[in-house]
Design a protein around this ligand. Structure first.
Ligand SMILES: Nc1ncnc2c1ncn2[C@@H]1O[C@H](COP(=O)(O)OP(=O)(O)OP(=O)(O)O)[C@@H](O)[C@H]1O
Ligand SMILES: [Mg+2]
Length: 429
C-alpha cells in the first residue's frame, strides 16, 4: 500500500476509534462481528423469502395458463368505471362486459389486463365460468372486409396505358401527390380533395388506371366493387362500409398492426386509398323507393356520404371511384368535398388508339408492312378494350391461316369482327 492510500485509509477511520484503549477496541471489534453475523442471517432469510415468492408466482402463473387453455368467451367491453369500496375505502376499477348472448356482466376488476389498456367497445377474451378478463383482442373485422385489402399489388404500370397521359397526370396530382408531398398543399394552404371519380364509357381503362395506382402508390390499398355492398341482410352493406373505413383508419394511425411494422419499405407512405369500382350500384339517384331493396341501397349510400364527411380531419384516407353512368349518380355524392374531382376518361383519339394497339400487340410477331396509323384510322370510336380485342382477333386470324406473322389483313378482319360485336351490343354504328 503506498503512502497516499494509507493516508486516505487513516482519514476514513472514525475519530472515536483512534482514542480507544486496547480492551475497548477488542469489545468494539466483537460488537462489529456480531452485527455482521446478524446481517448475514437477515440476508439469508430475505433470499429464502424471495425464492418462496418466486415459486408461488410460478405456481399461480401455471394455474392461470391451465385455465387459459379452456375455450374462452369473446365479450365486448361496454363500460368502465371507478368507485370507492364502502368497507375498505379503496378505489376499485371495475368493468362491465357484454356477452354475445346479450348478458351484461359486472367484473369487479379488469382481470389480467391493465385497466388503462381497455376502453369501451374493445373485444376481450374472458373465462367462460368466472368471466375473468384474460386479454384484449385485436379489433375484429368482417372477413369480407378483410378481403378488400389488396395484399398482392397488381403488376400493371402506367406504361401499359395508352393515350391517357393527361388523365394519368390529373389522377397522380389528385391521389398520389397529397400522399407523397403533403407539404406542398400546406404551403399553398389548400385541402387536397378526398374523393376522385373516374367516369367514362365501358372499356376505356378506368379500372386499369386504378390498378396502376394500386401498383404505384406506397400506401395501403383497399379495393371493392360496389355490388359487394349489396347484401342479403338489412344494414350489412353499411356495416361493411363502416368497418372498411375503420380498417383504413387503423392502418393509417398505428405504427404496427398485429406486430407487423407499418412503416416497412412496402408502405413508405402513411395513407390508405379505397377504390370503389362501379359505384353506380349504390350511388344512383335516391328516389322514393317502394321496395325494401331500394331503400337498403339508399341507406348504404347515406353511410358512404357520412363516412366521407367524417374523416375530414384525416387527409390520409382517399376514395377513388369509377363508374360508367355518371349522369345517374346522386347529386349529394358528387358535391364538393366528397367526390369533388371528377375526371372523364374519353374514348381514345387517333394517337391514343395507335399507342393502345402498339401496347397490346407488343408481344406479337408483326409483319413489316403493318401500319398502325391506318389500323387506328379504321377503328374510330373504339374503346381501349375493343382495341385490345382487335389485337387478339388479329392474332387469332393469323393462327387460323397458319401465318407466321400478323399482317394488315388480319387486323382489318379483326376490326370487322369487333365492329360487328360493337353494333350488336350498342345497337348503332
Ligand atoms: N388506354 C388503354 N390502354 C391500354 N389498354 C387499355 C386501355 N383502355 C382499356 N384497355 C384494355 O381494356 C381492358 C378493360 O378496361 P377496363 O376494365 O379498365 O375498363 P373500364 O373503363 O373499367 O370499363 P367498365 O366501365 O366496363 O368497368 C383493360 O384491361 C385493358 O387491357
Ligand atoms: Mg371497370
Amino acid at each position: 500500500m503506498n503512502t497516499e492510500s494509507l493516508a486516505q485509509a487513516i482519514r476514513e477511520i472514525d475519530p472515536s476509534v483512534l482514542t480507544m484503549t486496547n480492551p475497548e477496541l477488542r469489545a468494539h471489534i466483537r460488537n462489529l462481528r456480531d452485527q455482521l453475523d446478524f446481517q448475514k442471517r437477515e440476508l439469508q432469510y430475505v433470499r429464502q423469502q424471495i425464492k418462496e415468492q418466486k415459486q408461488l408466482e410460478q405456481d399461480a402463473q401455471k394455474r392461470v395458463e391451465a385455465t387459459k387453455q379452456l375455450p374462452m368467451l369473446i365479450c365486448t367491453v361496454s363500460e368502465l368505471f371507478e368507485h370507492v369500496d364502502e368497507d375498505s375505502g379503496e378505489v376499485l376499477k371495475s368493468v362491465v362486459i357484454k356477452t354475445t348472448s346479450r348478458q351484461n356482466i359486472f367484473c369487479p376488476t379488469a382481470g389480467l389486463v391493465p385497466y388503462s389498456s381497455i376502453k369501451p367497445n374493445d373485444l376481450v377474451a374472458v373465462n367462460r365460468d368466472t368471466f375473468l378478463i384474460y386479454e384484449r383482442l385485436p379489433q375484429f373485422y368482417d372477413a369480407r372486409v378483410k378481403q378488400m385489402l389488396v395484399a398482392e399489388r397488381p403488376s400493371d404500370s402506367f406504361k401499359q396505358v395508352g393515350g391517357m397521359d393527361q388523365i394519368i397526370k390529373q389522377v397522380e396530382e389528385a391521389v398520389l401527390l397529397p400522399f407523397q408531398k403533403p407539404e406542398l398543399f400546406d404551403q399553398v394552404g389548400i385541402q387536397p380533395s378526398k374523393g376522385l371519380l373516374l367516369y367514362g364509357k365501358p372499356g376505356v381503362g378506368k379500372t386499369l388506371i386504378a390498378r396502376c395506382i394500386a401498383n404505384a402508390c406506397d400506401c395501403i390499398f383497399l379495393s371493392l366493387c360496389a355490388t359487394q355492398l349489396i347484401q342479403m341482410y338489412i344494414g350489412d352493406g353499411s356495416q361493411m362500409l363502416q368497418e372498411l373505413f375503420e380498417l383504413a383508419k387503423e392502418y393509417v394511425d398505428k405504427d404496427t398492426i398485429n406486430g407487423v411494422p407499418q412503416n416497412s419499405p412496402a408502405n413508405k407512405v402513411r395513407g390508405a386509398l379505397i377504390y370503389i369500382d362501379e359505384i353506380d350500384a349504390i350511388g344512383t339517384r335516391r328516389f322514393d323507393a317502394e321496395q325494401n331493396s331500394g331503400r337498403e341501397v339508399a341507406r348504404t349510400l347515406m353511410t358512404l356520404l357520412n363516412l366521407m364527411d367524417g374523416f375530414i380531419s384525416n387527409n390520409q384516407i382517399k376514395v377513388l371511384a369509377s363508374t360508367n353512368r355518371v349522369d345517374s349518380l346522386d347529386p349529394a355524392l358528387v358535391r364538393s368535398n366528397r367526390f369533388d374531382r371528377k375526371i372523364e376518361c374519353p374514348l381514345p383519339n387517333i394517337t391514343g388508339r395507335v399507342q393502345i394497339l402498339k401496347i397490346h400487340s407488343s408481344k406479337m410477331r408483326l409483319s413489316s408492312d403493318l401500319n398502325f396509323e391506318e389500323v387506328a384510322k379504321t377503328c374510330d370510336g373504339f374503346s381501349g378494350a375493343q382495341l385490345k380485342a382487335v389485337c387478339v382477333e388479329a392474332g387469332m386470324n393469323c393462327l387460323r391461316r397458319n401465318g407466321r406473322e400478323v399482317e394488315m389483313r388480319d387486323f382489318m378482319e379483326g376490326i370487322g369482327m369487333v365492329l360487328n360485336r360493337k353494333v350488336a351490343e350498342e345497337g348503332y354504328l
